[in-house]
Write a protein that binds this ligand. Structure first.
Ligand code: BES
Ligand code: MN
Ligand code: ZN
Length: 497
């Protein structure tokens, strides 16, 4: 796996990655103290394309010099800088290089935010979901190389050249943080991409336990019998159609002297067929991704100690499979949630809010300063905010807006959606307190959020509907597959508390 190191000068690098802006200036050449006639000629020749995302290679010493097109420096973002770092690192690997050094931080924003973007882009970008392939792909340079070395064609180390002085100190810190953020993101992505025949609720609970032992947090797991006995009626109702029993996992990172308690809740539907309200077959396989909120939560817990987080952080994941069977919940069933609320299940496919209802009641027993949940809750989310944003809502607008700001800083963009009485109204039941779908067809994400809000009561709460961008066909530096959307937003908030 790729390693990212902050450096003040390159050390035995066989490749140098330098940004070139839309004015065809490459200040990084000077930062590295490089003279390369071929690169200089290319910069001077307007016929050589060097636009955003273009990568051109020039032999340099015993290795290579790569010019990476930045486009208009004023238009750069976290996502774009990360994309360039990933492109550069991959191009270096494809040329057979093992150690590259880059001046991309100096070539872009020259600060901690640029360092974060380069580090995350390179590390998150380096993950391909090839662990299930029985044969590794051939590399162009040497078709047999992959057989000898599974990491053939892959860069091993990316040295990030830091700015001088105080900015350098801040940038070094940013690398250290970004390394752990990227580790959590990749951990979540690998958990998320594990198919449902492996990633059952019990398997997920084991994954949480393993991380607890390794990374210093306590893990408690409740199973079907206990959950039924204790009145988690909404959660158990969803799970009753599956032979793979539900689990409620509570992860508790509790450092000495902690003053605040923060609770993170992640939707963990290991497979969402829709239940008796069965989904259409087209792309149903994507519903193995309906556990991404839970994967994010488990992976996030794994980095808190190493980040030196001073607050108590409790991670809660309700884990179920939503399947049809002779034992499954029927449309029209009325269940009683943990907090006593009665719910008419008008559509068994609106299961996320049901399991979250009970998880929220459990979350409130910790008397937290706030609760944030992450959930692939509604298909409407992508319609509302598109595949580039997470939808953020809550019972205090100020808190939701704070999370929008956090999302920008973290490089995982989100946008604020409304909450209010009109949405609460849509969730009122005819024969029970609530019903799990509204009979209007509008603002599905806000209505879904409002259902969860009912269970937050007077606790400060925010909801990240991540269904919009929790997986991708391939965007920015993300390979096709899960993106861990939302994880970095919540992490940013925890670090800012
Ligand atoms: N897990 C789905 C939401 C989803 C659908 C996420 C597609 C990503 C892509 C959720 O459980 C669901 O089925 N929601 C329903 C709710 C509806 C029945 C009110 C939906 O969005 O259609
Ligand atoms: Mn569903
Ligand atoms: Zn679902």
């Amino acid at each position: 796996m790729l390693q990212v190191l902050p450096v003040t000068a390159p050390d035995k690098a066989d490749c140098l990655l330098v940004g070139v802006d839309d004015k065809r200036k490459a200040p990084g050449l000077k930062a590295f103290g490089i003279q390369n006639d071929a690169a200089a000629a290319a910069l001077a020749d307007a016929n050589v394309p060097l636009a955003f995302k273009a990568v051109r290679s020039f032999p340099h010493g015993k290795g290579w010099l790569l010019l990476v097109g930045l486009g208009d420096p004023k238009k750069l973002t976290q996502e774009k800088i990360g994309t360039l770092a990933n492109l550069g690192a991959r191009a270096a690997g494809a040329l057979g290089c093992k150690v590259a050094a880059t001046s991309l931080v100096l070539d872009t924003w020259k600060d901690a935010a640029a360092t974060q973007a380069v580090t995350q882009g390179a590390l998150i970008g380096a993950l391909d979901f090839d662990q299930w392939k029985s044969k590794k792909p051939e590399t162009a340079a040497d078709p047999t190389a992959a057989k000898k070395d599974p990491d053939a064609g892959k860069l091993q180390t990316l040295q990030v050249l830091l700015p001088a002085g105080a900015a350098g100190t801040a940038a070094r810190k940013a690398v250290e943080r970004a390394l752990l953020a990227a580790e959590a993101v990749n951990d979540s992505r690998l958990l998320s991409n594990t198919p449902a025949n492996v990633a059952t609720p019990a398997w997920m609970a084991e994954q949480a336990k393993a991380r607890g032992t390794k990374h210093g947090f306590a893990v408690a797991v409740k199973g079907r019998a206990e959950l039924r006995r204790e009145g988690f009626g909404a959660l158990c109702g969803v799970a009753q159609g599956s032979l793979n029993e539900e689990k409620l996992v509570t992860m508790d990172y509790h450092p000495k002297g902690a003053k605040k308690t923060l609770v993170v809740v992640g939707k963990g539907v290991c497979f969402d067929s829709g239940g008796i309200s069965l989904k259409p077959g087209d792309k149903m396989w994507e519903m193995k991704y309906d556990k991404i909120g839970a994967c994010n939560t488990i992976a996030l817990m794994g980095v808190l100690k190493r980040l030196g987080v001073k607050h108590r952080v409790v991670g809660i994941t309700p884990l179920v499979e939503n399947l049809p069977s002779g034992a499954a919940q029927r449309p029209g069933d009325i269940v009683t949630a943990k907090d006593g609320t009665t719910i008419e299940v008008l559509n068994t496919d609106a299961e996320g809010r049901l399991i979250l209802a009970d998880a929220m009641a459990h979350a409130r027993t910790f008397e937290p300063d706030w609760i944030i949940d992450m959930a692939t809750l509604t298909g409407a989310c992508e319609v509302a905010v598109g595949p580039t944003h997470v939808a953020i809502m809550g019972n205090q607008d100020k808190f939701a807006q704070q999370l929008v700001a956090d999302s920008r800083a973290a490089g995982d963009k989100g946008w604020h959606l409304p909450q209010g009485e009109e949405f609460d109204e849509a969730n009122k039941g005819a024969y029970a307190d609530l019903q799990n779908i509204s009979l209007t067809n509008r603002a599905g994400s806000s209505i879904g959020g409002s259902f969860i809000k009912h269970f937050a009561k007077d606790t400060k709460w925010a909801h990240l509907d991540i269904a919009s961008k929790a997986w991708t066909a391939g965007v920015d530096y993300f390979a096709k597959g899960p993106t861990a959307a939302g994880l970095r937003i919540v992490l940013q908030r925890i670090l800012e508390e």
